[in-house]
Design a binder for this molecule. Structure first.
Ligand SMILES: Cc1cc2nc3c(=O)[nH]c(=O)nc-3n(C[C@H](O)[C@H](O)[C@H](O)COP(=O)(O)OP(=O)(O)OC[C@H]3O[C@@H](n4cnc5c(N)ncnc54)[C@H](O)[C@@H]3O)c2cc1C
Length: 459
């Protein structure tokens, strides 16, 4: 075959954060790269995200007296994952994360003040504007002589060499037009998760039927299926969970998750009662929310908590939610309950009981010991005005998928690596296990995207 796209060294499937990182590092390793994106625009779920990146042992943490390390991060990941995640992949994250952080900083990414997140024994969220991060990386790709990006290009097949079994090509469609590209080095699948694919969600995550679903339009699980067809193993499929805090009116492509609970708010149900220890992982809170009447909860906060907002981090940008009219405000708890259409007396009693427990340092109802994951001192809810944010559980990412080894080489169901095939980002399984530490999905896109790109190029 002849033509502009007849052959290349590396093909990267999907131009979200992982795909951008993979393409840049593959090119840096000397490869000619073709980056294919099915949607008309790049960015996938990455640009919709909350922008929380988990890194440990950074100067930003040290500057505010937070003692953290790669070892502590690895320990937390192992605990949060319920020991179901792959220790070799935890090591990959822990060992490469500081380098990845520095790589982003060197590219001009600006991080806001460090904040605490779910599953972190010390604060290690480094917030950044995710659309801005992708824009910066995309500019680098646009300037590159060796990376070619094609949008509106959906990969529909992986090709294998009949003799060696190595993945050595892809077929992709632009509208009705089909192109076959031969690949000399390797293919990186960076096609994201499957939160927007109703069929796969029903197949793998029946427990999430009542959860809303959010993600990039391309989060259809296509890349996962392409590798699956070649016998790739799958990991962590049974552990997909929704994230608590998404507004019920949100559009599937809209990021509306708000986490006032991690600044001290409580969460109540339609009966005005708390239903969990709010400091636990927002994934576990998501599960608890699905068990409540109409599968809905309300985060309730006061003016003191409102003033803890961190506008650079979407999940803590409370003023923006207020402006949108989604965060409701009232001078009394009774008036707030009326706006929500829930029992005002029950809400007032719940808050009174909670404040009493906070004063005594003991949450008698659910044993909450800190604002987030045991970290941070509990605060009462007492200074008007009061606020409430209607919150559902939303599957925003699927944190499971292709089995990979520490080189990001895809491994088949029998544990043998599939030559020439790499994966990175949300399409991979094995990093998170049973639950999720905030910031590790974006973190792994950078860490593993870079690794996958570099290793694919070296084939
Ligand atoms: C609302 C929201 C908030 C989130 N907040 C956070 C957070 O704060 N911290 C965190 O760590 N994680 C967060 N996540 C999860 C995280 O954003 C994603 O897991 C991560 O960005 C996925 O990146 P990716 O590059 O793997 O996939 P994506 O960014 O989804 O990119 C994949 C790309 O591949 C394309 N593609 C798919 N199939 C094909 C095909 N067949 N051919 C060509 N292209 C294809 C897609 O169109 C897409 O552009 C959030 C997710 C959402 C939705």
């Amino acid at each position: 075959m002849t033509g502009r796209f007849a052959d290349t060294d590396v093909v990267v499937i999907g131009a979200g954060l992982a795909g951008h990182c993979a393409a840049i590092e593959a090119a840096r390793a000397g490869a000619r790269v073709l980056l294919l994106e099915r949607e008309p625009e790049v960015g996938g779920s990455s640009v919709l995200s909350g922008g929380s990146f988990a890194f440990a042992g950074t100067a930003a943490q040290a500057a505010v007296g937070i003692e953290d390390s790669a070892a502590l991060l690895a320990k937390d990941l192992w605990e949060v994952g319920g020991h179901r995640n792959d220790p070799a992949l935890i090591d990959v994250y822990a060992n490469h994360q500081l380098q990845a952080f520095q790589w982003l900083v060197d590219k001009g990414v600006q991080f806001g003040p460090v904040i605490a997140g779910a599953g972190q024994s010390v604060p290690r969220i480094h917030p950044a504007n995710p659309a801005e991060v992708v824009r910066m990386l995309n500019e680098e790709i646009q300037r590159s002589d060796t990376i070619e990006l094609v949008v509106g290009a959906k990969v529909t097949r992986l090709l294998r060499n009949r003799t060696s079994g190595k993945v050595d090509g892809v077929v992709w469609m632009q509208g009705e037009h089909s192109t076959q590209t031969q690949v000399r080095a390797g293919v990186v699948i960076a096609s994201g998760g499957f939160s927007r694919n109703a069929e796969l969600m029903e197949e793998f995550c029946p427990g999430q039927a009542k959860a809303t679903r959010v993600g990039g339009a391309g989060s259809q699980g296509e890349g996962m299926k392409l590798a699956w067809q070649l016998g790739a193993g799958l990991r962590d499929m049974g552990y997909v969970k929704g994230t608590f805090g998404n507004h019920p009116d949100a559009h599937p492509r809209e990021h509306t998750a708000m986490l006032a609970i991690y600044k001290g708010a409580i969460a109540v149900n339609k009966l005005g009662k708390r239903f969990a220890d709010e400091s636990i992982s927002y994934k576990l809170l998501g599960d608890a929310c699905l068990q409540q009447p109409d599968a809905i909860g309300y985060q309730v906060l006061d003016q003191d908590i409102m003033e803890q907002a961190v506008p650079v981090a979407p999940m803590f940008n409370f003023p923006k939610r207020l402006q949108e009219g989604r965060l409701l405000q009232a001078d009394t708890l009774q008036a707030l309950a009326e706006k929500l259409g829930i029992d005002g007396q029950a809400l007032a009693e719940t808050v009174e009981q909670y404040n009493h427990d906070v004063a005594e340092g003991l949450d008698r109802t659910f044993g909450r010991q800190g604002i987030v994951q045991g970290y941070g001192k509990l605060v009462p809810i007492r200074r008007a005005p009061f606020y409430a944010y209607p919150s559902t559980s939303a599957v925003i990412a699927t944190y499971c998928g292709l089995t990979v080894n520490p080189d990001m080489n895809v491994v088949d169901v029998l544990g043998e690596s599939i030559a020439g095939l790499y994966a990175a980002g949300e399409v991979t399984g094995g990093f998170h296990g049973k639950a999720f530490m905030t910031g590790t999905s974006l973190g792994k896109c950078v860490i593993c995207g870079r690794l996958a790109g570099a290793n694919a190029a070296r084939q």
